[in-house]
Design a protein around this ligand. Structure first.
Ligand code: ADP
Ligand code: ASP
Ligand code: MG
Length: 402
C-alpha cells in the first residue's frame, strides 16, 4: 500500500461535474489500496473574484484581511469535494490548512510554511479516511490565517508529500503536463516526459504558471518526485526530478512573464557608489530587482535601468524620489514590458544559443530593450504587445516541429 498525495488546481474543480470527476480519480486511487491525501485549490476563478470583491470596497485593504478573505475559496472547494466523495460512498474528512497543521510565518499574502504538525493528518489516514486539505493556507503564531501567495496550493501539496514521506505527489491540472511553452499560446509546444528540478524551477520562476516556483524549490530540497498530469485526460504527464536521461534538446522551454516594470534613471553622475546607493535604498523596502542595465559613462553621467515587479513599481519610484543623488533627474516607470526567456541546461556548452534567440526576434522585427543571461537561461525585455509573437518565434527557432 502506498501513500499518494494528489493536488487539483482551480480549473480541475471549477464546477459540480469537475468536482465529481476529481472525486472519481481520488476514489479510484483509494480503491486500488492506497492512502490518499488530496490538496485542492479554490474553484475556477474564485480567488480572482474574491480579490475583485475586496477592491470594490477598499482599493488598499490590509494583507491580513485579504488572507482572511482569500482562504474562504479553498474552504469551499474542500467541503464540496468531500461531499462528492461521500456521495460515492467513501470515508472522507476535509481539513482547513490549520486543521491539517500548517504553521507559517506572518508574511500575509506570501507566507512561508515553517512546519506541519502531522498528528491530525496521520490520525485521519490511520482511520482510512481520504483526507482533503485546503491548499494555499496556513496559520501563524497569532492564530491568524495566512496564505502562501498565488499558485500556493502546489506548495501545500509538495509540503505534505515531504512531511508524510509520500510515495507519489501528483499535480493534476488542465493541461497534460509541462510543455516547451504554454500549450494554450504556442501551437507547436511539446509535452516533456521528464524535466529536472533546476530547469523546472527556472521555467516556473520565469513565467510558466503550470507549477509554482516555491513548490519546485521545496520538491528539490526534500527530493519529492512530482508528476504533472491532466485531471481531464488520463494520459502520462511530466515527471519532475533530480536527474533525467540525456536529452538532445538544447533548450527545454520558452516562457513569458508580464509582471515586469522597467524603471530608468537618466543622467546619474558617473561616480563610484551610485549603484550601491540606489539599490540599497530599494533593498530597505525589500524590493526585489531583477535585470539591471547601466550605460557606459559619458560626459560625467550615466543612465541606469532595472526591472521590478509591477506591484513594486510605485514603491520603488517613491524610494528613489527620496534620494538626493536623484534630485532633478528624469525617472520613468514602464509597465508595458514583458520578459521572454529560454531555459535549458544544454545551452551552457552551446555558444550560438543567444544569437539564435536574437535572430528569431530580429526576423519578427522585435526590439530588445534589455538582456540577462545565466548558465541555463537567457531573458530579454521587450514590448508586452509583442511578447506572444516573440515566444512563438523563439520557440520555433529552437524546438523542431514534430
Ligand atoms: P491549476 O489551476 O491547475 O493550478 P494553472 O492555471 O495554475 O493550473 O496552471 C496551468 C496552466 O499553465 C495551463 O493551463 C497553461 O496555460 C499554463 N502554462 C504556462 N506555461 C506552461 C508550460 N510550459 N507547460 C504547461 N502549461 C503551461
Ligand atoms: N487559489 C489560489 C490561487 O488562485 C491558490 C492556487 O490556486 O494554488 O492563487
Ligand atoms: Mg496553479
Amino acid at each position: 500500500m502506498a501513500l499518494i498525495v494528489q493536488k487539483f488546481g482551480g480549473s480541475s474543480v471549477a464546477d459540480a461535474a469537475r468536482v465529481m470527476n476529481v472525486a472519481r480519480i481520488v476514489t479510484d486511487t483509494y480503491k486500488a489500496g492506497n492512502d490518499v491525501v488530496v490538496v485542492v485549490s479554490a474553484q475556477g476563478d474564485t480567488t480572482d473574484d474574491l480579490i475583485e470583491k475586496a477592491h470594490e470596497i477598499n482599493a488598499n485593504p490590509s494583507k491580513r484581511e485579504m488572507d482572511q478573505l482569500l482562504a474562504a475559496g479553498e474552504q469551499m472547494s474542500i467541503s464540496l469535494l468531500a461531499m462528492a466523495i461521500e456521495k460515492l460512498g467513501f470515508p472522507v474528512r476535509s481539513l482547513l490548512g490549520w486543521q491539517a497543521g500548517f504553521n507559517t510565518n506572518s508574511v500575509y499574502g506570501a507566507a512561508r510554511i515553517k512546519n506541519i504538525r502531522t498528528n491530525r493528518l496521520e490520525a485521519e489516514i490511520a482511520k482510512h479516511n481520504i483526507v482533503i486539505v485546503a491548499g494555499f493556507q496556513g496559520i501563524n503564531r497569532y492564530n491568524d490565517l495566512t496564505t502562501l501567495g498565488r499558485g500556493g496550493s502546489d506548495t501545500s501539496a509538495v509540503a505534505i508529500a515531504a512531511v508524510l514521506h509520500a510515495d507519489k505527489c501528483q499535480i493534476f491540472t488542465d493541461v497534460e503536463g509541462v510543455y516547451t511553452a504554454d500549450p494554450r499560446k504556442v501551437e507547436n509546444a511539446q509535452k516533456l516526459d521528464e524535466i529536472t528540478y533546476d530547469e523546472m524551477l527556472q521555467l516556473a520562476t520565469l513565467g510558466a504558471q503550470v507549477l509554482n516556483n516555491r513548490s519546485v524549490e521545496m520538491a528539490k530540497k526534500y527530493s519529492v518526485e512530482l508528476e504533472v498530469l491532466s485531471s481531464l485526460n488520463p494520459v502520462p504527464g511530466t515527471i519532475v526530478k533530480e536527474k533525467i536521461k540525456m536529452e538532445k534538446m538544447l533548450i527545454r522551454g520558452v516562457t513569458k512573464d508580464t509582471d515586469v516594470a522597467v524603471i530608468s534613471i537618466v543622467g546619474l553622475s558617473d561616480n563610484p557608489g551610485v549603484a550601491f546607493k540606489v539599490f540599497s535604498k530599494l533593498a530597505q523596502k525589500k524590493i526585489n530587482v531583477d535585470i539591471i542595465l547601466q550605460s557606459v559613462g559619458r560626459d560625467g553621467t550615466k543612465d541606469l535601468s532595472f526591472t521590478v515587479s509591477r506591484e513594486n513599481g510605485p514603491l520603488a519610484i517613491a524610494q528613489l524620489e527620496e534620494m538626493s543623488i536623484i534630485e532633478g533627474k528624469k525617472i520613468t516607470c514602464k509597465t508595458d514590458a514583458a520578459k521572454v526567456s529560454i531555459v535549458g541546461a544544454g545551452m551552457e556548452s552551446h555558444p550560438g544559443t543567444a544569437s539564435t534567440m536574437f535572430e528569431a526576434l530580429y526576423a519578427q522585427n522585435i526590439n530588445i530593450q534589455m538582456i540577462s543571461t545565466s548558465e541555463i537561461k537567457i531573458s530579454v525585455i521587450i514590448d508586452e504587445k509583442e511578447a506572444d509573437r516573440a515566444v512563438s518565434a523563439v520557440h520555433d527557432a529552437f524546438i523542431p516541429n514534430e
